[in-house]
Design a protein around this ligand. Structure first.
Ligand SMILES: [Zn+2]
Ligand SMILES: [Zn+2]
Length: 241
């Protein structure tokens, strides 16, 4: 392999800044939810039980999918085979139509693409996602779309719970927080909740954009990589003419 070492998955260095921002965002969301809602167990209502159960379920599902998407190793199967069983790889090389990668310096699957950020060939490559700092490829593309949908629902729910609490129930701000923590942090609490609503609103805009973009790609039978390539070709053609 030419140059730097290949990255195994999203947990391999170097980490991406956007990946760190997303992890902090998860942590802040769950922490704020825990701090503001869990103390309410002292005077729990049926609505809260439903709210906490749905939010908890969505957050856990979101985390599990994020971990799966981050940890999966998309290295092309022939590169893996060459490392683990070189003789078997030689047999496959002769029998199958494989492509040669100038960077990996080996034969790889016919539909594999070389990811520059991971520095390895990935079969059925769609794109490299900065949020998970890993490639999205093959059957994991569906899981990636599902992750976007779950993230949209989680953010919508988080905003709805805060607005409902603040405008209708006044559960946290006026009663529970003061009662449980014996402190007067009303202003700080309001700032944190407003900040949380704003960050979730920003995340929602980005997530909706992503979902619409991927629905457009699916409707046109394209991968993200093919779309980027077609855009580049279009720009270069426009430059020539
Ligand atoms: Zn390669
Ligand atoms: Zn990659």
């Amino acid at each position: 392999m030419k140059g730097t070492k290949s990255r195994k998955n999203g947990c391999t260095c170097p980490f991406h800044l956007f990946q760190i921002v997303v992890i902090v965002y998860f942590f802040v969301n769950i922490s704020l939810f825990g701090v503001f809602w869990i103390p309410g167990f002292t005077s729990i209502t049926a609505l809260m039980v439903v709210g906490i159960t749905i939010y908890g379920g969505l957050s856990i599902l979101q985390m599990i999918i994020y971990i799966i998407l981050s940890c999966v190793d998309h290295t092309d199967r022939y590169i893996k085979l060459k490392r683990s069983h070189p003789e078997e790889f030689d047999r496959y090389q002769k029998a199958k139509t494989l492509n040669y990668c100038q960077v990996c310096l080996t034969n790889v699957s016919k539909h594999a693409k070389h990811c520059k950020r991971c520095n390895k060939c990935v079969n059925n490559f769609d794109h490299h996602c900065k949020a998970i700092n890993n490639c999205v490829a093959g059957k994991y593309y569906g899981l990636f779309i599902f992750f976007i949908i779950i993230s949209i629902l989680t953010s919508l729910f988080q905003i709805a719970m805060i607005i409902l609490d603040y405008s209708c129930l006044n559960f946290f701000v006026r009663n529970n927080f003061k009662k449980n923590f014996k402190t007067d942090l009303y202003d700080i609490a309001l700032c944190l909740l407003t900040f949380n609503v704003l960050t979730n609103a920003l995340a929602l805009m980005y997530l909706f954009y992503l979902l619409i973009f991927h629905f457009y790609l699916m409707a046109n039978g394209m991968t993200t990589y093919e779309y980027i390539l077609s855009r580049k070709n279009k720009i270069e053609t426009e430059k020539v003419f």
